[in-house]
Each structure stands twice: as structure tokens, then as C-alpha cells.
Design a protein around this ligand. Sequence first.
Ligand code: ZN
Length: 178
Amino acid sequence: MLTKEQSTALAKEILQRSQIAVTEEELKNFGAWDWYLDDYEHIGVAGIEYCNTPRYCGRELIMTPGQIVPQHVHPPIDETNPGKEEMWRCRYGVMYLHVPGEPTPNPLGHVPETRKEHFTVWHEIVLLPGEQYTLKPNTLHWFQAGPEGCVVTEFSSFAINERDLYTDPEIQAHYNKS
Ligand code: ZN
């Protein structure tokens, strides 16, 4: 069992292993999201946001072994904005991405038994370093790091995190409050 501090330290180590250069300042502002579930070791992601303007967003996502970004969707914002489009490029380790489609038999991704019902898309895409995938807006997705963790660069349109919709009602309840 790792504490959030231990997981964060491990994430910084994984980022170092990836040899992606970041500044001291960025390391100081290292984000750690746990979606209020208090289970950061299993459901969480660390990140450095390089930019987020009304036109584009760039982030480094750093995940410890087996860590999960829970299932969600980026819905349309208004008539001019169909929702956030995301592209991930794996830089280090392996990322198991899950999207709608034919469920993958024997997927490599695995989720905690207690939350399994909140993960409904099981078409698995395995991204190795140098591989990338673009997800259209308004498409359910979740992802998980492989056994060495992973570093993934996320390129996207403007991120309005509070408009994301999560399948897990416990997570969504927090969003509705904020
Ligand atoms: Zn997303």
C-alpha cells in the first residue's frame, strides 16, 4: 500500500526514467489527481500541464504501475465546441487505453472489483513508446498504466475539467458539488 506521497515520489522517478526534460518549477507544481476517491495508488494520475488555452492544451501524464484514470467522457460544451478531443502519445512504459467497441478478450487492463461496474468500455488499445491514438470528443474512455508505469503526452483541445462526465457516480457526485 503506497501513500499519495510515496506514489508521487515514484511518479517523479518514472518521469526521470523517461528522460523527458522538465524544469524544477514544473516538478514543484506536479499535479496529483485522485478524483476524491482516496485510493491514489490505484485510481489517480500525476501530471504537468504545459499549456491550456481556449484553443489547445498540452500535458505530460505520469502514472505509476497499474494506476487508472477512471472512465469518463468529454461532452459537447456548446454549438461551437463539440467537446475535448484528446490524443495520447506514449513516451515510456505501456498504456492500456479502453474505448467503445468489441470487448478485447483477456484484456491486460484490470480494475478494482469494487468499481468494476463503472468501467463499461473494454475495447483495449495497447500503446507502446512512440505510438499514439486520437479520441474523438464525446467518446467514453479510461486508461491504465502497465507494470512499469507510463509517461504519456496528452495533446488536446481546451480542457474544461469540470465539464467531464464520469461513469462512477461517486466521482460524478463530487463534480456536481463543485
Ligand atoms: Zn479524457
